[in-house]
Design a binder for this molecule. Structure first.
Ligand code: B12
Length: 241
């Protein structure tokens, strides 16, 4: 089965003019890795900008739209309506914007279902229902039932992040997402790693959806750091960035 993940290029808005990318899109990265580890799943990730939203998606059985912030919602709306799809393709969406506006996103984008909150398990369950379109037993989603938006119960949070792949497959992302250009104010190149999720504070300007802090274990993190050190070593020896 062919699965397309579509996400808007995420530039830091403060440095947008300089096309400065601060973080790789971790949501897309983890979801795409999880799906690609399943037998028979071919994953491709499309990074889009607002000037170029017409994609040929006719070879994909499932198209997953990722909406990291409301700021880039219009980019995904552009892709949704300017692109071409396979007949019967399953269309799904998720991301921070969707977490706050699941039913509106479902309607606006005319997709079959949206994930609400962490969807590391939800994504596989949604894909498994591609042909049946029976979504009612999947936790943490909002789905279309003959024009009616149905919200299912939240998916309980895990107690850690160790269920995630220890080494997310960065080669699924555009090359420049693997290593950021430089650490602010220095010439050091850097790579980002996600150690935890959530935030305990209640700042009223922030839309962080998850207050409970979840961590990866030390061993889980070390596996990724070792992998990155090795990758970096190879790049230097091969004369890469
Ligand atoms: C890191 C980060 C950044 C980074 C990079 C973001 C990126 N590459 O995604 C940088 C610094 C670039 C950034 C910039 C901005 N950010 Co920011 N950022 C974050 C932060 C701290 C973490 C995001 C993250 O990586 N989470 C971890 C991943 C794994 O989770 P995730 O992306 O949500 O994905 C999961 C689910 O959403 C879901 N999912 C995602 N996609 C899909 C797709 C499908 C099909 C399904 C089913 C599910 C699904 O499953 C994923 C895995 O569990 C969040 C706060 C937070 N705690 O969430 C703010 C946050 C997302 N940012 C926010 C904002 C406002 C911005 C800026 C507008 C700030 C500014 N004024 O410059 C810009 C916008 C950039 C842009 N062009 O969109 C807001 C968004 C609010 C909103 N409602 O839109 C947040 C929530 C913080 C806040 N202040 O409220 N940000």
């Amino acid at each position: 089965m062919n699965i397309a993940f579509v996400f808007p290029e995420v530039y830091d808005v403060a440095r947008y003019g300089k096309r400065r990318k601060e973080f790789p899109p971790f949501g897309v990265l983890y979801l795409a890795t999880i799906v690609s580890q399943q037998k028979g799943m071919n994953v491709q990730v499309f990074s889009v900008e607002s000037k170029d939203t017409a994609l040929d998606l006719t070879t994909f059985d499932v198209v997953a739209f990722c909406i990291p912030s409301s700021v880039t919602y219009h980019v995904i709306e552009g892709v949704r309506y300017n692109s071409t799809y396979m007949d019967g393709a399953l269309l799904i969406a998720g991301g921070v914007h969707v977490n706050f506006f699941p039913a509106i996103t479902l309607r606006d984008l005319a997709v079959h279902a949206v994930g609400v909150g962490n969807s590391d398990e939800t994504i596989l369950e949604l894909i498994a229902q591609k042909d049946t379109r029976q979504f009612q037993d999947i936790k943490g989603i909002c789905f279309d039932d003959k024009g009616r938006a149905v919200r299912t119960p939240n998916r309980p949070l895990k107690s850690s992040l160790d269920h995630l792949p220890a080494i997310p497959n960065r080669s699924l992302l555009p090359d420049q997402d693997i290593v950021s250009r430089r650490l602010a104010g220095t010439d050091l190149k850097m790579v980002h790693v996600m150690f935890s999720q959530g935030c305990p504070f209640v700042c009223n300007f922030c839309a962080a959806a998850q207050r409970k802090l979840l961590y990866r274990s030390g061993a889980h993190i070390v596996r990724e750091l070792e992998h990155l050190a090795c990758l970096w070593d190879r790049r230097i020896r091969c004369g890469g960035r």
